[in-house]
Structure formats: C-alpha cells, structure tokens
Design a binder for this molecule. Structure first.
Ligand code: NAD
Ligand code: TYD
Length: 355
C-alpha cells in the first residue's frame, strides 16, 4: 500500500500532479503538506473532497518537528517534493524566503526521511522524488546545444541558486546515506491552475482585462515550454521506474522567444474571444529583468530512451487547452487575484501595468 507524502500539492504543478496520481493509483494514501502561501490554493483540490485517503496538512516543509511527526505518524513510502518559492521575479525582490523554503525546507525533508528510515522499527527508505528546474544549468547562448544531465550547474538568479542547492543536498543524501533520491529538472510549465503572475496566465489575465502585457527587454529571451500534464506523467514514470541516485531532464522540445510565445497565445485567444479586439496592441516592452537568463534548453534523450516518456501535447494544443481552462474559470481567477497579488504587481511593474 502506498503512502505518498506530496509537498506543495496545492500549487500549480502539485495540484495537477495530485489528480494524475489519484487516477494512476486510486488506492494510494496521499498526504499533502502545504503552507498555503499566496501560490497555494486548496480550491485547486476540490476533486479530493470526501476522499478518505487524502489528507491536507497546512504547514511548513522547513518545520522540523512537524515533518518528523508526519514521518512517525504515517508509513510513508514515497515523497514527491514540489513545495518551493517558484517565481524568479519574487526571488529578486526578496531572496531570503527562497533560501528558507527551497534549501532549508528540502534539507528538513531529506533529513526527516533519513531519520525515519534509520529507526530499525521504522519503514523502508521512501523513494524521494525532488522536483527541480532547468534553471539550475544557467543561461545558454543561441547556438549552444540543449544541456544533458551531465552539464555543470551554473545558476544565476536567487531562485535558481536555491533550487541548485536543494538538488545538491538531494544528490548528497543519495551518495552519503543511500537514501533513494531521484531528481528531475524540468523546463517552463504551463496549463490549468497556474498562478497568474507567471508569463502565460499573467498575459491571459491582462488581455482579458484589456491591460498592458509587459514583455521584458526585447522579448527575445527563449524558454522551452511543457504542458503540465506531460510533466506530471513524466514524474509518475520517474517515481515508479527511475533509477535511484539519477537525474532526469524533462522538457517539451518547444523553444520559443517570449514575444513570439505571447503573440501566439494572443492569436489563439483572439480566435476564441473575437470580442476582445486587437490584442497585440497590449504588448508593451518594459525594462529587462536583472540578470535575465537568455535561453534554457534541455536534452531529454535520457528520459525518452530509458523510461519511454516523451512530451505528447504540442504547444498549440496546450495553449488552446490552457486558454479554455482560464476562460472557464474566471471566478477562480477573481479569487486568487487578492490584494496581495495586486501589491506584488504594483511593486514589480508600477501603475502603468496594474491600472
Ligand atoms: P507554485 O509556486 O505554484 O506552488 C508552490 C506550492 O508550494 C504552493 O502550494 C505553496 O503554498 C507551497 N509552499 C511554498 N512554501 C512552502 C513551505 N515553506 N512549506 C510548504 N509548502 C510551501 O510552484 P509550481 O510552479 O507548482 O512549482 C512546483 C515545483 O516545481 C517547484 O519546486 C518548482 O521549483 C518546480 N518547477 C516549476 C516549474 C514551472 O514552470 N512552474 C518548472 C520546473 C520546476
Ligand atoms: P516566468 O513565467 O516568470 O518564468 P521563468 O522566469 O522561470 O522562466 O517568465 C518566463 C519568461 O517570460 C522569462 O524569460 C521572463 C519573461 N517575462 C516577461 O517578459 N514578462 C513578464 O511579465 C513575465 C512574468 C515574464
């Protein structure tokens, strides 16, 4: 019987993952440890209402006593660790909380898993899947080949540095203590439930309200995009079949410059909502993000050949599905865009964008 401790399960990828996990393992017990920060929303998980095998624990991954207590209370067989501060722009404004949650939080979880396993009366070591990002590899130039798992780490934002530190702790717990740690490094996700301060849902919200869509610099920076469902499927496969101690890149093989991405998004939104008029007029070039990484691109040959996973949802289909989801959930959007959301936008972009 599986007892899966998922951290950050009320966030964007975490909530999508919980639904995928429930479909894959209807009998699994799921403990969702989430602090419910601005990015965590229990409303994302209404599908778990009345599910006797699901428990939400509101708490901090960096709270040692709480995390130890979870390991002693439940026979945890797997950990899937999403909980993190995840937004680069926020890490530039306030890096301290990134170190606490992403570094100290990951350490706290790894250590609690190790302590629980060291206890001879305790369960077997849980498989520990640490969910990380392509940003740890740093910024690529236009002609660099996509990076493999063997590429050196070169993080350049406080967010990326905190995730890189967490990855190294995960690697260390495998090599030093043989804790069965698996690490995944994924490219930019998009899809349902993404908090509307990341590029795609933010651009959608601004477009729906006829407000400016800020694009940093010239909009030439390149990201690789993956539909969140494909990411969740990859995580399930790594959790079930991955080799412990190994790292797997997960990406969409869909590299697009930001300006082009936003134009494609607005083109599709315009088809679905012609009443919104000419949306390209909203695109506004604004001063660049400090230290803005130029390009991320992942070589995903390893997960394709070893685990048989590949991205299945193309960018156009994924964007259409994402737009349809947001158009069908305007009430969800209204509720998450609280006062705190508006004050972040004001701090980040000023009155011109917030209106
Ligand atoms: P998110 O910001 O939407 O959600 C983060 C979740 O973690 C929220 O539910 C929040 O309440 C919770 N949380 C924050 N601090 C916590 C704490 N101290 N204790 C417990 N819970 C806490 O993030 P996301 O986009 O869903 O990303 C999830 C994970 O995937 C992160 O580790 C991120 O680094 C990684 N990742 C994200 C992307 C992406 O494109 N979004 C890409 C690759 C990897
Ligand atoms: P983001 O969604 O914040 O993800 P990340 O920085 O982790 O890749 O941003 C994606 C890209 O879009 C990144 O190059 C920054 C850019 N961007 C803008 O140009 N304008 C914006 O308002 C935001 C939020 C992002």
């Amino acid at each position: 019987m599986s007892w899966v401790l998922v951290t950050g399960g009320a966030g964007f990828i975490g909530s999508n993952f919980l639904y995928s996990l429930r479909r894959r393992q209807p009998g699994a017990h799921i403990i969702n440890l989430d602090l419910l920060t601005y990015a965590g929303n229990p409303e994302n998980l209404t599908g778990f209402q009345g599910d006797s095998r699901y428990i939400l624990v509101r708490g901090d991954v960096a709270d040692r006593e709480l995390v130890q207590d979870l390991f002693s209370r439940y026979p945890i067989t797997e950990v899937v660790h999403f909980a993190a501060e995840s937004h680069v722009d926020r890490s530039i404004l306030d890096p301290g909380v990134f170190v606490r949650t992403n570094v100290v939080g990951t350490f706290t979880l790894l250590e609690a898993a190790r302590q629980a396993w060291k206890n001879p009366a305790g369960p077997e070591a849980p498989r520990f899947l640490h969910v990380s990002t392509d940003e740890v590899y740093g910024s690529l130039g236009p002609l660099d080949p996509p990076v493999t798992e063997a590429a050196p780490y070169a993080p350049r934002s406080p967010y990326a540095a905190s995730k890189a530190s967490a990855d190294f702790l995960g690697r260390a717990y495998f090599h030093t203590y043989q804790l069965p740690v698996l690490i995944t490094n994924c490219s930019n996700n998009y899809g349902p439930y993404q908090f509307p301060e990341k590029l795609i849902p933010f651009a959608l919200c601004q477009a729906l309200e006829g407000k400016p869509i800020p694009i940093y610099g010239q909009g030439a920076n390149i990201r690789d995009w993956l539909f969140v469902e494909d990411h969740c499927q990859a995580l399930l496969q790594v959790l079930e079949q991955g080799r412990v101690g190994e790292t797997y890149n997960i990406g969409g093989r869909q590299e697009v410059p930001n300006l082009e991405l936003v134009r494609r998004l607005l083109g599709l939104l315009g088809e679905m909502r012609p009443d919104l008029g000419d949306l390209n007029r909203l695109i506004t070039l604004v001063p660049d993000r400090p230290g803005h990484d130029w390009r991320y691109a992942l070589n995903i040959g390893k997960i394709e050949s070893r685990l048989g996973w590949r991205p299945r949802v193309g960018l156009e289909e994924g964007l259409r599905r994402t737009i349809a989801w947001y158009l069908g959930h305007e009430d969800w959007l209204d509720r998450v865009r609280s006062q705190a959301y508006r004050s972040f936008l004001m701090q980040q972009y000023g009155t011109g964008v917030v209106g």
